[in-house]
Design a protein around this ligand. Structure first.
Ligand SMILES: [Zn+2]
Length: 284
């Protein structure tokens, strides 16, 4: 990655995702009156790095934050921001269920057992927090259902609940003037409680939703920002895979055959093969 921070459009500065501890993208969207922060970060340390960069650049610091969904890497940094936090009601419910919990090894093992988090998240939390176990979960201040609009002064942002396989509370954030769509992890498979899973109809519904914005830039929380053309090219094989699964169901052999034929390849690339497994593990 070239830089850790990047101005991706006139009103948006992002901190790129970092894969070592699964830190997602953070974004500051600045209008004439207010700055909105997208996702709180994985920890106060993560939050602090972004705030320092905003200060260094003389940007208006965030006045409020929104969560794309409750997952730890997006929300546990909330205690590092003393500003109102906006969340979907299911995000708020999930965070309320975690409040007051300890984050010792034993307590994290219980959460893995219950399918609330994964073994991979435990390892990432360990790395992000060291062995201090100093996780503090803050509750959101403003709870919405459906959608909510933010007028930052000449910049309008819409936070829209879309749900999906990854997490039922998933929301996307669209910045109208900049034509940037933040997808959170909405297009990802379900990752907690068993094997990774995709449903073909759910995935196709979300893709249609994403394309429907007519955005110029798309930002997935664990990827790099992509323009419309690159985003569509990147997702084309996945869309095809979902359509093939829609037709042939859980006939793995046939699905793989159809995909090889479509891509004119002898073997499917590793990420798509994994994708086939996610769809095969999904609902019939
Ligand atoms: Zn997530």
């Amino acid at each position: 990655m070239e830089h850790k921070f990047e101005q991706i459009s006139p009103h948006i500065l992002i901190m790129h995702a970092e894969h070592a501890t699964d830190r997602p993208v953070l974004a500051a969207i600045t209008g004439e009156r207010r700055t909105l922060l997208m996702d709180a970060g994985a920890s106060p340390a993560h939050a602090g790095q972004f705030r320092e960069e905003l200060e260094r650049r003389g940007c208006r610091l965030p006045d409020m934050l929104v969560l794309t969904h409750w997952h730890w890497d997006h929300s546990f940094g909330m205690s590092g921001w003393d500003i109102p936090a906006v969340a979907h009601e299911e995000t708020a419910e999930a965070l309320a269920a975690l409040s007051g919990r300890g984050w010792s090894e034993e307590e994290m093992a219980e959460l893995v057992q219950a399918g609330t988090i994964s073994e991979a998240s435990v390892q990432h939390i360990r790395l992000e927090y060291g062995d201090s176990g100093a996780v503090t979960i803050r509750q959101p201040d403003i709870i919405f259902t459906g959608r909510i609009t933010f007028d930052l002064g000449g910049v309008t942002c819409e936070l829209i609940h879309v749900g999906g396989d990854h997490s039922a509370d998933s929301c996307v954030l669209y910045v109208q003037e900049d034509k940037v769509l933040f997808l959170g992890d909405a297009l990802g498979p379900s990752v907690y409680g068993g094997p990774y899973k995709y449903s073909s109809t759910g995935f196709l519904r979300l893709l249609e939703m994403a394309y429907g914005f007519g955005a110029e830039w798309y930002v997935e929380s664990h990827g790099v920002p992509m323009n419309d053309q690159d985003f569509r090219a990147d997702l084309a094989p996945w869309e095809r895979l979902a359509r093939v699964v829609d037709v042939f169901g859980h006939n793995r052999e046939r699905v793989v055959l159809e995909m090889k034929d479509y891509l004119k390849l002898e073997e499917l690339p590793g990420d798509l093969l994994k994708g086939v497994d996610y769809f095969m593990a999904g609902p019939k």
